[in-house]
Design a binder for this molecule. Structure first.
Ligand SMILES: *[C@@H]1O[C@H](CO)[C@@H](O)[C@H](O)[C@H]1NC(C)=O
Ligand SMILES: *[C@@H]1O[C@H](CO)[C@@H](O)[C@H](O)[C@H]1NC(C)=O
Length: 272
């Protein structure tokens, strides 16, 4: 199994409207793989009709995360998640406190190994999930290209950058449809919405202003000193980025791993 195969994602270089665009294209769905005909050991199976379903399901999702960190054998198009490699992220936003045209390439994200799943609830009505996750520390690094402004700060340049949010609490609301394949029920993940808070952020953007060092240093200083309003301003962009990344990953995973391995008493009659 290759250590990282996020290169199956390519960027869609299309710029849509005035808001953001982060385009990660999940390539065509994997052909039905025979790898998961029997339930892998690491999946904890729960039932809606057990009294401690939420605890069970929380443990089950934690188990999945833990396994994803090093990679799941036989799972196609999903590499390790720590480090997670993303070839390109594009960000375009025209209005409001943040106005940027930026891209991040050769992105490496580390920190998911310490993901703590606090709570996972699966709806027995529409089979969507609400997942609470805590990420104590995360680091994203890569090459950036940026033109624009955040709050009152003009930012123009290209070079290396890193971001280190800490104490990240994420609530993820995911909608799904059920379908059947090979005698199993599967989740067709149709969308996810992410909301989050962080308790700190450190960042550095190298070679801002084409190497005018004084401006670069004072701007980085300002961004770090004012991380709270800066991260507030960036929140819609960051949330959308996380949503797109997670959606692609979850769609890949759940078209391959049967949903009934996670929740045994999902209805078998197809989507609602
Ligand atoms: C954003 O930047 C890229 C690369 O610098 C450029 O090709 C594109 O035209 C820009 N888009 C907008 C809307 O300014
Ligand atoms: C999953 O849902 C999408 C629309 O959200 C649909 O186009 C696709 O055919 C569905 N896939 C399966 C396998 O049901």
């Amino acid at each position: 199994m290759s250590a990282a195969c996020w290169n199956v994602w390519s960027t869609v270089p299309q710029l849509v409207r005035m808001f953001w665009v982060v385009s990660l294209l999940a390539l065509s769905l994997p052909a039905a793989s025979a790898s998961f005909e029997t339930k892998p050991e690491f999946i904890k199976t729960c039932r809606f009709d057990q009294p401690d379903f939420v605890d069970c399901s929380t443990e089950s999702v934690q188990g999945l995360f833990d396994k994803l960190v090093t990679g799941i054998e036989g799972l196609e198009h999903v590499g390790t998640i720590d480090p997670m490699k993303i070839s390109k992220i594009r960000i375009l936003q025209g209005d409001g406190p943040v106005s940027v045209n930026a891209s991040l390439s050769k992105v490496v994200v580390t920190g998911f190994a310490s993901t703590k799943v606090l709570r996972n609830v699966v709806s027995s009505k529409d089979f969507g999930w609400e997942t609470h996750i805590r990420l104590p520390k995360m680091r994203l690094e890569g090459n950036y290209h940026m033109q624009g402004r955040i709050l009152v700060i003009p930012l123009n340049g290209h070079g290396k950058c890193w971001f280190e949010p800490s104490g990240m609490d994420i609530i993820m609301r995911t909608s799904t449809d059920l379908y059947q394949k090979n005698g199993h029920v599967f989740y067709n993940v149709s969308g996810t919405k992410v909301d989050y808070t962080i308790s700190g952020l450190r960042l550095h953007m190298g070679n801002l202003f084409e190497g005018v060092k004084v401006l670069e240093d004072s701007t980085n200083q300002y961004l770090n000193d004012n991380w709270r309003p800066v991260s507030e301003a960036l929140k819609p962009i960051i949330a959308k980025t996380i949503e797109d990344i997670l959606l692609a990953i979850m769609q890949n995973i759940f078209h391959q791993l049967p949903a009934d391995y996670f929740v045994a008493d999902l209805p078998r009659s197809g989507s609602s």
